[in-house]
Structure formats: C-alpha cells, structure tokens
Design a protein around this ligand. Structure first.
Ligand code: DAH
Length: 470
C-alpha cells in the first residue's frame, strides 16, 4: 500500500493507519482529476508526503468531525451524572458561589483606581478562565431544570461586574489623563471657562499642519481656491472619483500602486464601490463636475494606502493637489513648469535647483516628475502634467474646448525634507520632545498679548525653518 509516493515517519497509531487507508480508498473513489501535493498531518504527526487527489478536503473534514465527536464523548464521560436531588443541592451551592464572586468583585472594583487594575479585575473575574466565567463550566453536571437557573444567576453577575469595571476604568482614565496632561504640558495652559479647574495645555501646531497650511497658502496667494470642506473633499470615496474617472478603469495596472482599504458598501446601504481615497486627485473630478472653466483649485487633504509601516511609509498620509483649467491653449506646459518652480522656490528658497523628468500618470499627458537639489542630493518631490483628455471627457468637459494642468505632492515628504526628519513615524507618535521643536500655536485667544507673536511663529516662511531635527 505504501508506494513510492508515500513515506511514513513519526509514531503511527492503529487508528491513524486505518484513517490513512480510508483516505486512500476515498482518493480512488473520487477518481484522479488532478494531483495535489501536501502534508498529511494527523494529531501533530506528519505521516507522510502523499500524492493525493481531490478527495483530500473531504477526508480532512471527515477526520476533523470524528475528532470532535470523540472529544465531546470524552467530556460527557468525564462529567459525573447527578441525581435530581444532588442537582438541586449543587445548584444552591453554585448560586451561593456566584454571588460570593460577585461581592468579591464589587468590593475590589470599589478600591480600583487605575485602568491597569481595572483590566486585571476584568481578567480575574470575566476573562476566559475568570472566576465568574468559569462557573459556566459547572453547568454541565446540572439537570435540565437547574441549568437555565444557574445561567441566569451567572449572567446577571457577569453584567453587574462588567458594568462596574467599565465605569471604574472610565473614572480611572480621567484621573490618569489629568495627571499626564500636567506632566507633559507643552508650556502655557488655557482655562476653558465651561470646565472649571480643568486646564488644557497650550498646544503647538503639528509639523504636518504647518506644512499643509504653508503649501495651501502659497497657492491661495496666486489665486487658487482652497477646497477643504469634508463634503467637497471626502476621505471615503467611490471608485469613479478615485480611479475610473482619472483614467484608471477596472483592472488598470496603475491601480496596483495605490492599493487601499475598501469599505463594505452594503453596510452603509450604498451600491457604489467605496474606499478610502488613495490621493487627493479624486477632488479634481468632483470640482470639474461642478465648475465651468476657467478655475484654479488647491486641495490639501488626508489620503490612505495599504502600505506597511516603515521610516518612509505609513498607511495614512497627506497630499496637496492643484488643478487649473481654462479654454484650450490658454494653459500650456510652460505655465505648469513655471507654477511648479514658483511653488518650490517659495518652499525651499529662491536658489533651489529644479529638475524635470518624463513620467507616467494615467490622468495626465504628458506626465512629469519633479526633483529638487536639497542639502546635497536630488530628491523627488512631486508629480504633475497636462490634464489628459480622457479625464475631461469623463466629467463631460469637451477636450477640444478646455485644457489645463494638475500637480500633486506628499506633505510628509516635504515636511521631512524641510525639517530634516528621517523617520515619518515621528509624526504619529505625539512625542513631546519632538513636537516642542516646532513653532507654537496660532490659536487666537481674545485679549492674549502673545497672539500676534504666536501667529508670526506659526506662519513661517522658507528662510526661517528650524533646520535639522533628527
Ligand atoms: N495622484 C498622484 C499620486 O498620488 C500624484 C499626482 C501626479 C497628482 C500627477 C497630479 C498629477 O495631479 O498631475 O501619486
């Protein structure tokens, strides 16, 4: 029976051998419609590398079912059968035990003052092997009448203890948060009138907010309209705006580079394919559908991609997009290159060296990638191009009448270059020592003497960056 395709090693029980024969019989019965190789594994012991046919799946299911039945049988045999009187008496003692655990838990919860303690209590009483949860195991030995009675008592104890622990944890969080805020306060604190005695620390603008604000401002100053409202620039997009209308129909290979997170549309009663947008370019389509040229827009926003986290990738990041559309012939490639250069000079200083490279984006033709020479090396900073006629057609604009250019760039990348940050995970860690190195907040607080100064600090220009940070 054990031929050249099968070798046996490990300890093999009689039961296994019969199962093995059974599987061979099944394989023969099912006929050989194709071969699969795999490890025939039973109870942790590899019996052999078996050349087998489609019967495998069926065989393994059969085996698993038998194992399960056996386990259940063994459990039954282990559980002592109680007489009706014994069962009643056992129920009484179990109910007393459950209420004892409940009291014990409630008194311990009363003394609990940290989230850690609350969690430990949850594990001790409600965890998989917790005192209260464990009582459910006793149910097996009770008679049919007593079982639901015990269930009721145990479930009510569970609910009470669960609620009390949740409440204790919530109280502890407030205390711990206050303590942390006091310890980590970033400087001045602000009293919020509606919350007496609760002082929030005076914050600072996050480096990404500073960079996003600065890029948007540079374009606003030259007549671009900022699109920032969530209803105009939603982070949950549909396939049309994010991909299809931008020259990426289903199965277009360029979609692979922007793998994202899809949303179960049925749960929100939508028939669209919903996803977290992979780029701000989706807003180009939304605005082109709404507007009649000429127009110029700048779109700062948050985008998502299914990337593994490392020093230069994070599944959530920020982009800024520009789009200018006018009558055909009014906006040309030199206009695009001039705009890009103007922007980069504003960001990095008037002396910055800029290099253009031919590239490919499904929504621009021609497409260009732009590099800057910064701190001794060439760095790729943005993508741009002349809007592809297929995009104009997708939104109902006649490409023989209208045309324009677009560009898009990553904000994290700019912030990293400008501030000398080598690991973008720092943006998300909320480390006080990191955040403190950026200009302080521009919160307008009525009557605050520092308001003017704070505003100045927050709107830094290209010649006063704080320099190397890491
Ligand atoms: N959407 C592109 C991306 O996320 C960036 C981009 C490239 C935007 C070229 C543009 C453009 O508007 O013209 O990779």
């Amino acid at each position: 029976m054990i031929g050249p395709d099968i070798c046996v090693f490990g300890e093999v029980s009689e039961e296994m051998v019969s199962l093995f024969y059974l599987s061979i019989a099944m394989m023969t019965l099912w006929g050989a419609e194709g071969y699969l190789y795999g490890n025939w594994v039973s109870r942790g012991i590899t019996i052999g590398r078996v050349r087998r046919n489609c019967a495998d799946a069926h065989h393994f299911r059969l085996h698993a079912e038998t194992q399960q039945q056996k386990k259940q049988q063994q459990k039954k045999e282990k559980t002592p059968q109680l007489t009706p009187e014994e069962s009643k008496a056992k129920l009484d003692s179990l109910i007393a035990e459950a209420s004892g655990y409940e009291q014990e838990a409630m008194s311990l919860i009363g003394e609990c003052s940290t989230t850690k303690e609350a969690e430990a209590l949850r594990v001790a009483f409600l965890g998989k092997n917790g005192k209260i949860t464990g009582m459910m195991k006793e149910m097996r030995m009770l008679g049919g009448k007593e079982k639901p009675l015990l269930g009721e008592v145990v479930n009510s104890a569970k609910d009470k203890v669960e609620n009390a622990i949740t409440q204790a944890a919530a109280d502890a969080i407030v205390g711990e948060l206050k303590e942390r805020i006091d310890k980590e306060s970033l400087g001045r604190s602000v009293a919020i009138p509606s919350l007496p005695n609760f002082h929030y620390p005076m914050g600072r603008r996050h480096p990404l907010s500073l960079t996003l604000g600065l890029t948007t401002q540079i374009f606003e100053e030259i007549g671009y309209e900022a699109i920032q409202q969530p209803e105009d620039s939603p982070e949950i997009e549909n396939d049309f705006f994010n991909f299809a209308a931008l020259g990426m129909p289903d199965d277009h290979p360029a979609r692979d580079m922007q793998d994202t997170f899809y949303i179960d549309a049925k749960r929100v009663n939508s028939t669209d394919t919903l996803l977290l947008r992979t780029h701000t370019s989706a807003v180009q389509i939304r605005e082109m559908e709404k507007r009649t040229p000429p127009f110029k827009i700048v779109v700062p926003g948050r985008v998502y991609r299914k990337d593994d986290v490392d020093a230069t990738h994070y599944p959530v990041f920020h982009q800024c997009e520009i789009l200018a559309i006018d009558e055909i012939g009014k906006l040309t490639l030199p206009h695009l290159l001039g705009t890009v250069k103007y922007f980069l000079q504003k960001m990095f200083g008037p002396e910055i060296d800029v290099k253009y490279r031919a590239s490919y984006f499904p929504f621009t033709e021609p497409s260009i990638e732009v590099d800057v020479f910064f701190k001794g090396r060439w760095l790729e900073v943005l993508g741009c191009g002349m809007v592809d006629p297929v995009v104009l057609e997708a939104v109902g604009l006649d490409p023989t009448k209208y045309g324009g250019f677009a560009a898009g760039f990553g904000i994290e990348r700019f912030a990293m270059i400008m501030y000398g940050i080598k690991d973008l995970r720092l943006f998300w860690e909320n480390r006080k020592d990191f955040l403190e190195q950026f200009p302080s907040v521009d919160l307008a607080i009525a009557g605050d003497d520092d308001e003017e100064k704070a505003r100045d600090e927050a709107s830094i220009g290209f010649d006063d960056y704080p320099g190397e940070i890491v």
